[in-house]
Design a protein. Structure first.
Ligand SMILES: Cc1ncc(COP(=O)(O)O)c(C=O)c1O
Length: 472
């Protein structure tokens, strides 16, 4: 590197001697899929990467000497921000693929944006930095402790920067409790779980899944029995990323017990990024509770709750946290979190929403999401489109649209032959109709002649949910 920023950027962007292509694709092995003739074929799908932002980034320019008197720079920046705001409005209108509740009004909190609120250190121990929001943070943690049934003096937790940090923390606590433990996670777990295994250099065993996306406890049992000599650290999904499947926590515990793992030889982390806050409000849903032998639970705050900035909640048992924490003189506090500085605004947003909605408000929103998800699944089926909706979930899985432009327009998340829509509180029937109408028109163009056929989803969502030419 010669210190020239442009040449540094160019050299980073070059790959294999070629300038990086914005529409670059990376070949990754994926599980075999059923071909349209029913044969199982080894498939190497090319993963389509998003556009390269370097072609559209907003450069920072040095102010001109007379900018302050002319106001030119202020006017230029105001124009950029106004255009950006318009883009956000448009992109919000066409968002369906990621589990973010985009429906909120935090006008009352605008008065706080002038403060640099930072909760660095332990939430329960005041540090020397006084511009913090610990009183809100602990109030939020207590609310979740009540939800997940653990006494105030028996838990420890904090507001994280995202669900991933919750997983990194939960698995780290598990590793500290059992330094030689093996991490078990279903292959449909979020990538942050496998990232944790790499970061902590843990032995990680992937478990197979059922067609619903739920962990396959028969496979779990077989793999546990091969490793009976080592403690088990298990990631249990309370809603998988792609199919919204809920692992059967009770069956996971029963499997551990049947394999001879006593409660002092396993640690369960529950990843409830999205569904952790929906499931408690679903009738007849299984319960996540610290009355069961679990070690930690995490949830994202920007998903169902609808915080405008990424954040999350992580709770564990207080007895586990001592192994992880260190006193830090510089803070006059204790450090047991993953990060250093922590967003002090996020707890206030969480506190504000939890206060406004309460259990009843969340229950109503969850019911609306489940109703609208059923509506979408039924409409897709009526139109002859392969679709699946797990019981108790609002993640509707359906055939991957043929056209990447359409995928980008609606910001759909895709994997193999599947795409999904996650029905969140801001997703109304009108929005779903708008989306469906566009999809139906596009499909009539994509599949107008017989040469191009809709994909087969039998291997992904089961032949009973697949209506490809072979399975309908
Ligand atoms: C099951 C699951 N776990 C963890 C995460 C990570 O959450 P975050 O995006 O808040 O880091 C996600 C994100 O979608 C998820 O679906």
């Amino acid at each position: 590197m010669d210190g020239n920023v442009e040449s540094e950027v160019a050299s980073v962007l070059k790959s294999n001697g070629k300038v990086f292509d914005p529409a670059a694709v990376a070949a990754e092995p994926v599980p075999p899929v059923a071909a349209s003739d029913g044969a199982i074929v080894e498939n190497k799908r090319e993963i389509v990467l998003g556009r390269n932002v370097h072609t559209t980034c907003l450069a920072i320019t040095e102010p001109d000497f007379d900018d302050e008197s002319t106001g030119d720079k202020e006017a230029f920046m105001a124009g950029v921000l106004a255009r950006y705001r318009k883009t956000l409005i448009e992109r919000t209108k066409h968002h369906l693929g990621y589990p973010y509740n985009l429906d909120f009004d935090y006008g009352a909190l605008a008065q706080l944006q002038h403060f640099s609120i930072n909760n660095l250190g332990d939430p329960f121990i005041e540090s020397n930095y006084g511009v913090h929001s610990r009183q809100f943070e602990v109030g939020v943690l207590d609310w979740f402790a009540r939800l997940w049934e653990i006494e105030k003096d028996e838990y420890w937790g904090y507001i994280t920067n995202c669900g991933t940090e919750g997983n990194l923390h939960g698995i780290l606590v598990g590793r500290e409790v059992f330094p030689d433990g093996i991490l078990y996670a279903s292959r449909e777990s979020h990538y942050s779980v496998f990232k944790a295994a790499r970061m902590y250099r843990m032995e990680c065993v992937k478990i197979g899944t059922l067609v619903t996306g739920e962990i396959d406890c028969a496979d779990f049992k077989a793999k546990l029995l091969l490793n009976k000599d080592k403690p088990a650290i298990i990631n249990v999904n309370i809603g998988t990323t792609v199919k919204g499947a809920v692992d059967d926590l009770d069956l996971v515990i029963q499997t551990l017990e049947e394999c001879g793992f006593s409660h002092d030889r396993f640690y369960i982390h529950c990843d409830g990024a999205l569904f952790g806050l929906m499931m408690p409000f679903v009738k007849r849903a299984p319960k996540v509770s610290f009355k069961k032998p679990i070690g930690s639970v995490s949830v994202s705050g920007h998903k169902f709750v609808g915080c405008p900035m990424p954040c999350g909640v992580q709770l564990t048992r207080i007895e586990h946290i001592n192994a992880l924490s260190r006193n830090v003189e510089y803070l006059a506090s204790r450090d047991a979190t993953i990060m250093g500085s922590r967003n002090g605004h996020a707890p206030i947003f969480l506190w504000y929403t939890l206060n406004r909605k309460g259990y009843k408000g969340f229950q109503k929103e969850v019911q609306k999401c489940l109703r609208n998800a059923h509506y979408l699944r039924d409409r897709l089926r009526e139109e002859g489109i392969s679709a699946m909706l797990n019981e108790m979930s609002s993640t509707v899985v359906f055939e991957r649209p043929l056209d990447e432009e359409f995928v980008r327009r609606w910001q759909l998340a895709c994997e193999r032959n599947m795409a999904h829509v996650i029905v969140m509180p801001n997703v109304t029937v009108e929005k779903l109709d708008y989306f469906l109408n566009e999809l139906i028109i596009k499909r009539s163009i994509w599949y107008k002649d017989e040469k191009v056929r809709p994909p087969c989803l039998a291997a992904d969502i089961g032949s009973e949910n697949c209506v490809c030419p072979l399975h309908k």
